[in-house]
Ligand binder design. Structure first.
Ligand SMILES: Nc1nc2c(ncn2[C@@H]2O[C@H](COP(=O)(O)OP(=O)(O)OP(=O)(O)O)[C@@H](O)[C@H]2O)c(=O)[nH]1
Ligand SMILES: [Mg+2]
Length: 265
């Protein structure tokens, strides 16, 4: 089993061009209440990738925002090469990502959180690995979140590794490159864990897909508020996730789904 390095390499691989033979990339941003940062995020990623990724599209999937996010996005739609999808009803992170993936048209999908906690140039740490993998996870190294979040996430990942015997240390990362065919196959099956995307990684692992982990830099949220984890909801979220984990394990058992014989990580 290949474990990811414990540090982000100080040498950044060449900043492109992305290998055209491996196919175009849909850059997908889930967005909810990010009015203060979304313009900076979109402009920086588009500036970094437009001339270096031969066949790029940018999908922006916003829903349920109660701040000025929709207005900002409507303005940017006239200026930037984005495909904008908005909805008044809040979908939640997981459903928003699954719906956005359905809108993507390129052979690869680069799903990135829109609050700029990841550097656009770190895309180049993931991109060259496309030839050897179906899913490339950017592991937050080190994770720049409040202590209670880091601790809970650590416990959660340890539990997932114990229950499903998977080698991944950051399954919910908001920085990942996924082969579109894999996303299309796995997404409709996701049903047990509503707040995280770990279920996607576990299902892909058990389906035998190649998953690679790469350390990437992570930055503290600069502005805006936590949209997924409110302290008051954490206990409920943890309980629901645990129940979802058990249901997923039960489903695997009843369907006779086992670990694939050998894995890369
Ligand atoms: N479309 C959509 N996007 C969402 C939803 N909830 C969160 N997001 C986006 O998903 C990404 C991840 O959410 P975050 O709140 O940044 O999650 P986090 O990084 O784990 O936690 P904080 O940054 O501390 O809030 C961000 O880009 C959010 O704007 C949702 O219901 N719908
Ligand atoms: Mg965030």
């Amino acid at each position: 089993m290949i474990r990811p390095a414990k540090r982000v390499s100080s040498t950044l691989p060449p900043r492109g061009p992305a290998d055209p033979a491996l196919g175009g990339i849909s850059l997908v941003f889930p967005v909810h209440n990010e009015s203060f940062i979304i313009e900076q995020t979109l402009r920086n990623y588009i500036a970094e990738l437009t001339d270096r990724v031969p066949d790029l599209e940018v999908v922006v999937a916003e829903d349920g925002s109660t701040d000025d996010t929709k207005i900002v996005l409507e303005r940017l739609e006239h200026e930037l090469p984005i495909r904008l999808f908005m909805s008044d009803e809040r979908k939640g992170y997981q459903r928003a990502v699954i719906d956005a993936i359905a809108h993507a048209t390129k052979p690869w999908i680069f799903v990135v959180d829109s609050d700029y906690q990841f550097a656009a140039i770190d895309f180049w740490r993931l991109e060259p690995l496309r030839k050897d993998a179906d899913i490339i996870l950017g592991v937050k190294t080190p994770r720049r979140d409040p202590f209670h979040r880091v601790f809970l996430s650590w416990g959660y990942n340890v539990l997932m590794k114990a229950v499903f015997r998977v080698p991944y240390i950051d399954m919910d990362t908001g920085f990942r490159l996924i082969r579109k065919s894999v996303a299309d196959e796995i997404s409709p099956e996701i049903r047990h864990m509503s707040f995280f995307t770990a279920e996607f990684v576990i299902r892909a692992h058990y389906a035998g897909y190649r998953i690679i982990q790469v350390p990437v830099r992570h930055y503290a949220r600069k502005i805006g508020s936590t949209t997924i984890f409110f302290m008051s909801q954490l206990v409920v979220i943890c309980f629901k996730q645990f129940a979802g984990m058990l249901r997923l394990r039960g489903e695997f058992r009843s369907r006779g789904i086992h670990q694939p014989p050998s894995k890369h990580s």
